[in-house]
Ligand binder design. Sequence first.
Ligand code: GLV
Ligand code: MG
Length: 325
Amino acid sequence: MSFYAAEQAPGRLNRSELAVPGSQPDMFEKAAKSDVDVIFLDLEDAVAPDEKEQARKNIIKALNEVDWGKKSMSVRINGLDTHYMYRDVVDVVEQAGERLDLIMVPKVGTASDVYAVDMMVTQIEDAKSYKKRIGFEHIIETALGMQNVSEIAAASKRNESLHFGVADYAASTRARTTIIGGVNKDYAVLTDPDENGQRENHWGDMWHYALARMVVAARANGLRPIDGPFGDFKDPDGYKAAAYRAAVLGCEGKWAIHPSQIALANEVMSPSDAEITKAQRILEAMKQAEADGKGAVSLDGRLIDYASIRQAEVLVEKAQQIAGG
Ligand code: GLV
Ligand code: MG
């Protein structure tokens, strides 16, 4: 281990994160009763310019009046390049800051963007004598944001999570696709011909590099990496496949842009019983190995060592967090 120890973000459950447009208050009660871990009430891209002001009012009222239970509540403010953003922060934090857990910053591009929001939120919290500090979730969804992802991740003590905003990221990098998340048949390789001259088209994951890069920056700074939206809500299998590949890379949650995706995210992002049992067996086997003076042993025909303890502990801790949540 390095002598440097990254501070870890608060252990907030974030398997699923539901997007709810601030301009549609009729959706708030249903969201509040759902099984989602985090809700973000949106002031940004799901809200038309003419509706921004009313959406802000809806959100303030709902944060104060709706019973959101134990859910973590977030508000996605508008980007720092718009004139909506300062009022989003001032009005929402001043008038509903006590029920707000997180602010989601879209299209964050540099560490200075984070600094600017931090400065505003700090002033409001101090002026209002709030006891709780609001955390930040940043959407990495531009080429600039991805280039500066490490500096962004380290830019504030309020930072809790990085989110991969695949739709805007595609637009910003001018990727040749119009789907939100998911795969693209043109991101593929053609195998060499077999003995019959047949060739196969192997589809790849065009988001792999971006997601993996964001995961590393998040984890190196003690933050949660969260995978963003999957637009085709009529394709639960496609959603689950996308969520599994994000989980395997280290993401601990995924957005739900439709209520039907909440259960899918919670299922995929919770370790299965089989995984937990295997992790517990690894820990037991390593305890026995240590008692026998060994650093590595074999379990089910595979080598396990001290690194296996750390891998297993991640799963067991996650299971305990879910059970306690
Ligand atoms: C989310 O904001 C996205 O652009 O995918
Ligand atoms: Mg976006």
